[in-house]
Design a protein around this ligand. Structure first.
Ligand SMILES: *[C@@H]1O[C@H](CO)[C@@H](O)[C@H](O)[C@H]1NC(C)=O
Ligand SMILES: *[C@@H]1O[C@H](CO)[C@@H](O)[C@H](O)[C@H]1NC(C)=O
Ligand SMILES: *[C@@H]1O[C@H](CO)[C@@H](O)[C@H](O)[C@H]1NC(C)=O
Ligand SMILES: *[C@@H]1O[C@H](CO)[C@@H](O)[C@H](O)[C@H]1NC(C)=O
Ligand SMILES: *[C@@H]1O[C@H](CO)[C@@H](O)[C@H](O)[C@H]1NC(C)=O
Ligand SMILES: *[C@@H]1O[C@H](CO)[C@@H](O)[C@H](O)[C@H]1NC(C)=O
Ligand SMILES: *[C@@H]1O[C@H](CO)[C@@H](O)[C@H](O)[C@H]1NC(C)=O
Ligand SMILES: *[C@@H]1O[C@H](CO)[C@@H](O)[C@H](O)[C@H]1NC(C)=O
Ligand SMILES: *[C@@H]1O[C@H](CO)[C@@H](O)[C@H](O)[C@H]1NC(C)=O
Ligand SMILES: *[C@@H]1O[C@H](CO)[C@@H](O)[C@H](O)[C@H]1NC(C)=O
Ligand SMILES: *[C@@H]1O[C@H](CO)[C@@H](O)[C@H](O)[C@H]1NC(C)=O
Length: 858
């Protein structure tokens, strides 16, 4: 006992030293730490302002010999660029060129380089290879922004470095093209920063200390764990970007995310520690879940792709906002399977609720003994008998440290063309060229996540923690690994492995593999009594895995169909990389004896359809509204969660499933793949999908766009409102198709007659009007006239506001209009429809909607 108290005492002392920042390192003017900063839009002649309101200057006056370079404008603008500034202009270097920056001596500096590998005049950036050095450090070597962006499936990339204090008052940033090539850059940020690094011990070698102050570092990952994207202007003065952590979580064991109550304030231990991370990082967390038995049996694990033969600094941010006593929660921290911390107790470290604390660990990743993954895992420490068997993490940063040759550069990723070819030969998803402008590419979201999962806690709810209402879409760039290392796990695995089993080639080889025996056991040998659904793919069974502890949905394909095989592989590939609250998660797969079986999270309440008109316990209007919002989020995530749009292709009420809390989850990605051919602007393909939901334009032109999903979703909205199937052949001809029938009634002004009588009385009149407008817009004949999924989602949320608070939703709605995703929404004007709403209302929605205009156009 004594011993333990002693340890905590030590820990408290340690935590105090952690935030010690030497006073001479302090930024002089903390209200404006960027006063010594250069934020340059390269190739631009004038000062410009980006969409966040940051000012970017011209770079020309910092170039030593401007004649070795020229400025150019990008030929095309990718819709996923966050802002035209600084990406649409670039500086091109045909020979070695130097920028010279006057910087205050003895300060650490951020160096951020922005690259948008498009085409500039006659310069095709796919042929650009170059090196960048700064202050004697090699930041990039034989670097291809094009290949790197391709591998990450992103339009643009940011590389962030933090360079050590230099004695001289100048920083030279040198771009050197590789032989017969050219260099380019779109944006440069040089920003003075406080010293945020100290010395740290190596994991597994507590006697080996490294003084990080003497290293130049590259930011590999910076994550707001359990929270959302934080933009540069919302960082605590250091203009860093924080991303959502969920793409990096290993397997399906996502734990639960939580958010501090409003009344809990974050109390920084000192003024200087405010720079370490903004409050929003500490206000959200991820922990394991409410069930201590379950928690003892798994590790909450994140996996990151990194470059081998470098040392990494792993910085973990903690802030306990619920517990407040020592020994309430104690856990172990493992980094690359070594114990970094045996007894982590956040309260013992921080000395109180709401007090942030961070811990640094250094780990060397040896190319001879390790692969290029870095693992961070948390596990409850039951040996010290804490009150809760759980663990928590609020933020995570990974920095690469310069090596003995003052180098930070890693190799380029494997070019993704190779991957695409390999994939298309195997009938796997194909990505089109990035010049596509209609945004119709069935690419994959690349991230380090792949699928495995001993246990699925996707929907677990903490008893003692209030679950955060997670909106996975507050920004469509929110979780992309913009900083990260460049290799995608999918690429590496696909190209490396020789392929004994198809599954092991998919999902990065990490998808949980079930044996047929396990599946037979879990389904009573595919007992008909277990069948819960039949689809184009085959039958779906309710089953159990892990000795009946986990209920799952097991989808067994019809073994004879070749098309089924492609869709099967496609679904594993897509689903194992997608993680979202409103998408059904894949647990694993089985491929044996020509069986193709997928194992999913079990959705207790079944399909949306069966709660609309097939049972006696119909959903209320509000429930329906919430479900439509959830489903819209899932689809919106598919469309915008990655650089490339993923088109579902079969949105319908039987593909929207409901979990035990009635949370809507989009399922069935079997069709979300390309057809046989693919060209630059759209996907030409054999028409698939379900009648009643099919986009007429897609049907006519056989060209698939994300707006086809919007159309189908519009039909689902009418299904929800009218409580009848999309197709009902037993009705008179004009009523067979719900889409036609609804539009006809809308035109005639008789819509009220076809609303589901079960909910008719509950609907707020404004809300109804809004809802019908959205659905009608979704059914526009031409894809271009249909709103984006983001706009649909926003409007549905507005509907819910109207429903909840018919008299004063406007203020809330207007605030929401500023949200990142609403910025991407297109104008949805609402015509007054007196006949739908007899009750005259004081305000109209028009004012609100006119604010939601796409700022950049398309
Ligand atoms: C801070 O500013 C004062 C004058 O405003 C200057 O004398 C001092 O040297 C500055 N400190 C540092 C660390 O730059
Ligand atoms: C710090 O910077 C701000 C904005 O640039 C300026 O208004 C303020 O006067 C500065 N304070 C000091 C002490 O230099
Ligand atoms: C750069 O080009 C300008 C005109 O284009 C010329 O006047 C100047 O002498 C050149 N400078 C060098 C160093 O070549
Ligand atoms: C910054 O944070 C505020 C408040 O959380 C939010 O309203 C705003 O949208 C954020 N800005 C950006 C650019 O993310
Ligand atoms: C915060 O409010 C919740 C109820 O909303 C209450 O249970 C909790 O005790 C409060 N916490 C603090 C620190 O006041
Ligand atoms: C922290 O900052 C606040 C306001 O900026 C100031 O009043 C306070 O004295 C500072 N505390 C310390 C310890 O510097
Ligand atoms: C925790 O999970 C185990 C195994 O899944 C189960 O047997 C047990 O009932 C659960 N405990 C609680 C409190 O839910
Ligand atoms: C850590 O363990 C996992 C499996 O538990 C393994 O796949 C991974 O390669 C290991 N990582 C290292 C760096 O040894
Ligand atoms: C958690 O990770 C550690 C280190 O990799 C490993 O030793 C341990 O077996 C893991 N525990 C579980 C339950 O997976
Ligand atoms: C890592 O270093 C080892 C020797 O120390 C070398 O054999 C290997 O090729 C290096 N790997 C990379 C990717 O540079
Ligand atoms: C530069 O990188 C490319 C692509 O990774 C590679 O093909 C080429 O050989 C490299 N060149 C040098 C000089 O390393």
């Amino acid at each position: 006992m004594n011993c333990k108290i002693h340890l905590y005492f030590l820990a408290i002392i340690f935590s105090c030293t952690i935030f010690k920042v030497h006073s001479q390192n302090k930024i002089n003017n903390t209200s404006s730490p960027n006063s010594n900063s250069f934020i340059l839009a390269c190739g631009s002649n004038t000062e410009t302002t980006d969409s966040d309101g940051r000012k970017w200057n011209s770079d020309i006056k910092f170039l030593i010999s401007p004649n070795t370079s020229l400025s150019a404008i990008a030929k095309s603008q990718d819709p996923s660029l966050p802002s035209t500034i600084p990406y649409m202009t670039s500086r091109i270097f045909k020979s070695e060129s130097t920028y010279k920056f006057p910087i205050p001596p003895n300060f650490r500096h951020w160096i951020r380089l922005h690259f948008y590998p498009s085409s500039y005049n006659d310069f095709d950036t796919s042929t650009s290879f170059f090196s960048v050095t700064a202050g004697g450090f090699t930041l990039l070597n034989n670097f291809s922004a094009y290949i790197t962006a391709e591998a990450l499936t992103q339009a643009y990339i940011i590389r962030e470095f933090s360079i050590i204090k230099l004695d001289s008052g100048t920083l030279n940033l040198i771009f050197t093209p590789s032989k017969d090539s050219f260099a380019f850059v779109n944006g440069i940020e040089i920003i003075s920063m406080p010293e945020i690094f100290q010395s740290v011990s190596m994991v597994g070698f507590s006697d080996q200390n490294m003084n990080i102050e003497s290293y130049t570092v590259q930011t590999m990952y910076r994550l707001n764990v359990g929270g959302q994207y934080i933009s540069a202007i919302n960082d605590s003065g250091l203009t860093r970007i924080w991303y959502d952590d969920s793409p990096y979580i290993f397997g399906a064991a996502l734990g639960v995310s939580s958010e501090a109550e409003k009344n809990v304030s974050i109390v920084y231990p000192s003024n200087d520690s405010k720079f370490i991370a903004p409050e929003n990082v500490y206000r959200t967390a991820r922990s394991m879940g409410p069930n201590s038995t379950v928690n003892q049996n798994y590790n909450l694990t994140w996996v990151f792709q990194i470059d081998v033969n470098f040392t990494y600094l792993v910085r973990l941010h903690f802030c306990e906002f619920q517990l407040d006593k020592v020994n309430q929660m104690v856990f172990s921290i493992f980094i690359n399977n070594s114990t970094a911390e045996q007894e982590a107790d956040v309260i013992a470290w921080s000395n109180g609720r709401g007090v942030p604390v961070y811990k640094d660990y250094a780990v060397y990743v040896n190319g001879r003994t390790n692969d290029d993954n870095l693992w961070v895992a948390l596990h409850p420490n039951v040996a010290v008998k804490p009150e809760f068997y759980d663990s928590i993490l609020n933020g995570l940063e990974i920095f690469k440290l310069s090596d003995t040759r003052l180098n930070l550069a890693g190799p380029n990723p494997v070019p993704s063309e190779l991957k695409s070819e390999a994939e298309s030969q195997q009938g796997m998803p194909i990505r089109s060229s990035k010049s596509s402008h209609n945004g119709v590419i069935l690419g994959l979201i690349l991230g380090s996540v792949t699928c495995i999962g001993l246990l699925v806690f996707f929907i677990a709810f903490l008893k003692y923690k209030k679950r955060k209402n997670k909106q996975g879409l507050s920004s469509n760039t929110g979780w992309l690994p913009i900083y990260g290392s460049s290799r995608s796990s999918g690429t590496a695995t696909t190209s490396k492995s020789s392929g004994s089993s198809r599954i092991s080639n998919l999902g990065g080889g990490l998808c949980r593999h079930f044996t047929l025996a396990e599946i037979r056991l879990g389904t009573d040998n595919f007992s008909e009594s277990r069948v819960i659904g039949v689809g184009g793919f085959g039958k779906v069974y309710k089953g159990y895995i892990d000795g009946k502890t986990t209920t799952v949905a097991i989808k067994r394909s019809n073994p004879s169909s070749e098309q089924g095989l492609n869709e099967f592989q496609n679904e594993i590939e897509l689903l194992s990389k997608l993680r979202h609250r409103h998408l059904v998660s894949l647990i694993g797969a089985c491929e044996e004896n020509n069986e193709m079986i997928l194992v999913y999270d079990y959705m207790e309440k079944g399909t949306l359809r069966e709660h609309l008109y097939k049972t006696n316990t119909l959903l209320s209007w509000k429930e329906r509204l919430n479900i439509s919002i959830g489903a819209a989020r899932g689809i919106h995530y598919l469309h915008t969660g990655a650089k490339y749009t993923i088109i579902h292709r079969d949105v319908k009420s039987t593909n929207i499933l409901l979990d035990e809390k009635w949370v809507a989850k989009v399922s069935d990605f079997g069709l979300s793949k390309t057809g046989p051919t693919l060209n630059q602007t759209h996907v030409s393909t054999i028409v698939k999908g379900s009648f009643g939901y099919l986009d007429p334009e897609y049907f006519r032109r056989q060209q698939l766009t994300d707006k086809s999903d919007v159309y189908s979703f519009g039909v689902v909205l009418f299904e929800i409102l009218c409580g009848r199937p999309a197709l009902n052949p037993s009705l008179p001809k004009e009523q067979v198709s719900l889409a036609d029938w609804a539009l006809l009634n809308h035109r005639r002004g008789t819509f009220e007659e076809i609303i589901d009588p079960f909910i008719k009385g509950e609907i707020n009149c404004e809300c109804l009007k809004q809802f019908i407008e959205i659905a009608v817009k979704c059914l526009s004949d031409h894809g271009l006239d249909r709103p984006s999924m983001g706009a649909v989602l926003w409007n549905l949320e507005y509907c819910l506001q109207l429903e909840n608070n018919p008299d004063g939703p406007k203020v809330v709605a207007e605030q929401k209009a500023n949200d990142a995703y609403a910025m991407h929404a297109t104008l949805l004007s609402i015509e007054e429809e007196g006949e739908i709403c007899q009750k005259p209302e004081g305000h109209s929605a028009n004012a609100v909607f006119s604010q939601i205009v796409n700022p950049q156009g398309r």
